[in-house]
Design a protein. Structure first.
Length: 86
């Protein structure tokens, strides 16, 4: 959105993007928002458990997924029994 910029001289005004952001400085309110409510013990425990569950899931997926990411190196070359007699 382009809004016209107030001209400072006789030059024609050019549209300036987001000029309303600069104008918003003049309209600051002196009203402070109310303080945030403190979490109760069950809410804090629930958030902690959810966070620990997410972290444990990520760590578990890394632990179980790491062997699949390792390059496969067979101990010996596998050959069929039919090729041994040749």
């Amino acid at each position: 959105m382009f809004l016209p910029q107030p001209s400072l001289g006789a030059a024609p005004s050019e549209p300036v993007p987001f000029a309303f952001v600069a104008e918003a400085e003049r309209f600051r309110s002196n009203v402070t928002p109310p303080p945030r409510e403190r979490l109760s013990a069950p809410q804090l425990a629930a958030r902690t458990l959810v966070g620990l569950t997410v972290v444990a899931g990520l760590v578990g997926s890394l632990l179980f997924g790491m062997p699949a990411l390792q390059p496969h190196q067979p101990a010996k070359s596998q050959q069929s029994e039919a090729s041994e007699g040749r």
